[in-house]
Design a protein. Sequence first.
Length: 594
Amino acid sequence: MAHWESPVAKRIDELGITEASLPEQSAADAGHVESFSGGAPPLLSGSGFHKLKRTVVIATATVALIPLVTMTLLNYYQFEQALQDARLQSTTQMLTNNKRSLEFFLSERHAALEFITRDRTYSELNDGETLGRVMRTVNESFPLGTFVDLGVIDSNGKQNCYIGPYDLQGRDYKEQEWFYHVIQRGVSTTDVFLGHRQSPHFVVAKRCKRDGDGYYVLRATFDAEILNDQVHAAGLSMYDDIFLVNRQHVLQTPSQRYGNVTQTIPFDILYRSRGVEMFWHEDENGKPILLGYATIADSPFVLMCIKSPRYTTREWMAVLRLFGFLAFSVVLILVVIRWGSNLFVKNLRTESMRRAAIMRKVEYSNKLTSIGRLATGVAHEINNPLSIINENTGLLKDLITRQQGVDRREKLVGLLDSVLGSVERCTKVTHRLLGFAKQMDVEHEEIDVPTLLKEVVEFLGKEAEYRDIRIAIDVQEDIPTIESDHGQLQQVFLNLLNNAVSAVKDGGHIDINVARRDAGWVSVTVSDDGVGIPKQHLQRVFEPFFTTKQGSGTGLGLSITYGIVQKLGGDVSVESEEGQGTRFTVLLPVKREA
């Protein structure tokens, strides 16, 4: 069989693929290969490439996103810790500042009462006019947090002198708890209560010695609203709260969470610390809150602050920036991974299909080689009995011819001549088959192109005759012999004629035109009036394994033809119109260049 080499074969040579380097296939693999258009399959099928792409995307995204997500969550955790630390610090500082402010406010009032008792005697304070002047003087000295009223109470608890807006002259306070405390401790600050006036207020009282023996109590009353003015809520959000309570958890100032003064908050806390204490607690709904308190020295008041864990607008913006960056990074990474994976799998698919084409080409070449060897063996085996038949038939003819008196000699000689003619015809067929298959390497020899075409046409003569297909050869004058490879040119024209015979209908026409092109070229044009080739397929007819034959054809014939013609230094082109026919033109050099 003639040796040929297509562009795919060139790729095999470039890759250094040899028959020895190909892996051996098992029976199962061989069956799978055979099912794939008679050749080696690609490394992966269509679904395999989708799975590979999905695996690549998942694996790459996992490797890329896990560190990113981990770092983002770590940053968020650190942000939360820093935020909690900042909340603790700011709340502690606020409680400390408010504690000092309240303690200073109360100490000023205690100091004012101390000054009054030292500056005035009991007799002077027990005088209403003098007591009124004292209260006016004190209120002028304390424009913020003025005295509501001022009273002098004897040791029996009776208020002997009173200056203020209420009718409290002669009131008995002996049974009041605050009176008992001031007698015991010498000074007392009460929590907020309603008392006789039915208005929230608190009392600052001081026990003083009378002239001679005995004691009295100087009592000053302040509106409860003044305590609320002393509590500063700077730095708190709309979800936070700060207020005063007493030791029994009763509100001393209004709370936006728990209501107005004298209402009880739903906490059961022991206020043991004299400083500031912060801790996490659950509110009445079971939600976590940051709770802080500070006891006010020399008073029943406890300053309490509640901070909600909810973010402020600024904190939300910081969180959104953090996770926005994460989302943008994830989207960008996924887009890049998807693009890279598509490109990678696309290139892998191309290389896999190229490898499959190479493997199919190698297998097809091996198959053609095996067929050529088989054809050579069959031709030799047929030639031997043909020789015996020829010799014996000739001998029998000679005997009949020389014998006299043989009945029907002419009929017997005619029959023997028919046998000899058939033997000669079979001999020519086997000789042509041997001539077609014997060469495997490129050999240069002088070739008469018209004679070679006639030999090729004879191979297809029976089929053309059976289908009433007319094959005409038109040869111009002065066609030179060319220097080329006889077997490979046979392969080229046999492929083209086979395609033409397959394309035309019964009774069709195939025209072969041999002409001289310039001085150094000979062209052979094979035209048919068959179905033609669609325009969109013309650019692909020379690709390996591309075929328009439904259910038949390997798509290798024209690829092989193209490769052989290119290797012989020529060129091949195609022109076709769907429904009108096809014309292949083979251009061959007269002299083969080195």
